[in-house]
Design a protein around this ligand. Structure first.
Ligand code: UDP
Length: 335
């Protein structure tokens, strides 16, 4: 397949480039490098099936020749990043998704959206199934990311229903692994870097909030399975406007075009993660309690029954194994 990935120089995007090239596909990566880095792609430069273009995907996207898939992964994605770039985050979720969908439509290519568990906001239901509509504060600082991704999902479904674009939406839960930036502010990278450099581990709030962590290789496996599943309908069948307008469309949650959670349901408190990292890195470190950021979700855990049924996918890498590999990576970077 000829695949264009936006945000391909980021943590997830670059792992995805590796996997798709390994499967024999041609990959063009577009990234403006505001949070992505060429270091993540250095090993791919010169690869005959790989091309990198530095570009802002909010601008008109030119691509010569045919494309089979457009994967939209561009966005600041750690809370620290989207607080630093609030408007760029809203624009890439809205305008960038529009450009990427327009390109997919023009090329009659499949479109794949990287969405997020943040669409569930501070959830009142746990674990979160795809059918849960979420609990999002649109005007909170982190609303810029949540609402951008919610808009991106709505636009993707509209292009699917109105134009018949063959779309996929993955809701990505917390993911960790090599190539996270040492200072991107996320909990796993923060704790590992702090523990390796002998600094106190910063616990926001009481540390009783929960997250569920998926190792990057498991996530990429789920994503490629979803990308490769063929659509069971033709473009005309996907554009059933009569049924969309008058009957409310087909029931949600029944096809590969509806959003699908990919994440690891192994749920821990932030305090438990800190203690685990401390135990795995044999340097004495303290815990330092800091204020909880506004609207920080109290719980987060994916319901992955759809992914299990539709993709025959489940995470394989245990937290101990994944953390050991991630610690190895950061040891070389900072330790
Ligand atoms: N967190 C923390 N200390 C840190 C960084 C994050 O206690 O140094 C907490 C944060 O408040 C949140 C959880 O860890 O409750 C996960 O934060 P992260 O930024 O990794 O992503 P989120 O899941 O909030 O998008």
């Amino acid at each position: 397949m000829r695949i264009l990935i936006t945000g391909g120089a980021g943590f997830l995007g670059s792992h995805l480039c590796d996997r798709l090239l390994g499967m024999g596909h041609q990959v063009t990566c577009v990234d403006n490098l505001i949070t992505g880095s060429l270091d993540n792609l250095a090993h791919l430069m010169g690869h005959e099936r790989f091309r990198f273009v530095q570009y802002n995907v909010c601008d008109y996207l030119f691509f010569e020749g045919p494309l089979d898939a457009v994967m939209h992964f561009a966005s600041p994605a750690s809370p620290q990043d989207y607080l630093e770039f609030p408007i760029a985050t809203l624009k890439v979720g809205a305008l960038g998704t529009h450009r990427a969908l327009g390109l997919a439509k023009a090329k009659n290519a499949r479109f794949f959206l990287a969405s997020t568990s943040e669409v569930y906001g501070d959830p009142l239901v746990s674990p979160q199934p795809e059918s849960y509509w979420g609990n999002v504060n649109p005007i909170s600082p982190r609303g810029v990311y949540d609402e951008a991704k919610r808009f991106a999902e709505a636009l993707t479904m509209a292009y699917h229903r109105y134009h018949g674009v063959d779309t996929r939406i993955v809701r990505i839960f917390n993911t960790y692994g090599p190539r996270m930036r040492p200072h991107d502010g996320r909990v796993v990278s923060n704790f590992i870097v702090q523990a390796l450099t002998g600094k106190p581990l910063t616990i926001f709030g009481t540390g009783s909030q929960t997250r569920s962590f998926c190792y990057v290789d498991d996530l990429v496996e789920g994503i490629t399975r979803l990308l490769m599943i063929p659509s069971d309908r033709t473009r005309e069948q996907r554009t059933d406007r009569q049924s969309f307008l008058y009957k409310g469309g087909e029931p949600a949650g029944e096809t590969m075009h509806d959003p699908i959670n990919i994440g690891n349901p192994h749920e821990l408190t932030v305090l438990e993660i800190a203690k685990k990292v401390q135990a795995m890195i044999d340097k004495p470190t303290q815990l330092e309690f800091k204020p909880l950021p506004a609207d920080d979700p109290k719980v987060r855990c994916p319901d992955i029954r759809r992914a299990q049924a539709l993709l025959e996918w489940a995470p394989k890498v245990s937290l101990d194994e994944g953390l050991a590999r991630t610690i190895d990576y950061f040891r070389k970077k900072v330790g």
